[in-house]
Design a protein around this ligand. Sequence first.
Ligand code: COA
Length: 160
Amino acid sequence: MSQPDVQLRRAAWADAERVWSWNNAPEVRRWSMNPRPIALPEHERWYRARLEDPRYHIWIAQVLGRDVGVVRVEESDAVGTVSIALERGARGQGLGRRALGHACRAFFERHPAGALDAWIANGNEASVRCFERCGFAPHGADVREGRTFMQYRIRKEPTG
Ligand SMILES: CC(C)(COP(=O)(O)OP(=O)(O)OC[C@H]1O[C@@H](n2cnc3c(N)ncnc32)[C@H](O)[C@@H]1OP(=O)(O)O)[C@@H](O)C(=O)NCCC(=O)NCCS
């Protein structure tokens, strides 16, 4: 049986708490560049600024109308940085790869000659696999506060 597709809808202010709960899940914090928990007021300031920033794109991933996670892309000229977090119960079903595919296509529509990066904490195997399946390839690494993050890059929209 084929799985229902993932849709992306533009995030709105009404999604603030939902996005906070996904981003603040302990296993999501663990793999983030800044691993400490985020207080809701701090998140709200961050979120409002990002919603107002034209270089920033935040989408809610939905399956059959149900919100299951958040995908965001920050653009700097023709280079973007993407990150994704799904709620726990939605992981491991191919949804991350498909949500990422939609975000990549939206990016390359705006920047056909651009490049889209992801920074993945060393050891985050689910994320590495998900980004690789989407067409991202290793492009470098960086150490931030003693932790290694691998840079993955894609240069054209994924075919799958
Ligand atoms: C990373 C994340 C977005 C992946 O999304 P997902 O929907 O779980 O992944 P998918 O089901 O699309 O799987 C994509 C590939 O990864 C593999 N995969 C999924 N979970 C895995 C795991 N825990 N360990 C190893 N591989 C895994 C799948 O088997 C699939 O590969 P395949 O097609 O060759 O079988 C999701 O797990 C998540 O939100 N994690 C917490 C937040 C996070 O780490 N975000 C990334 C920050 S860079």
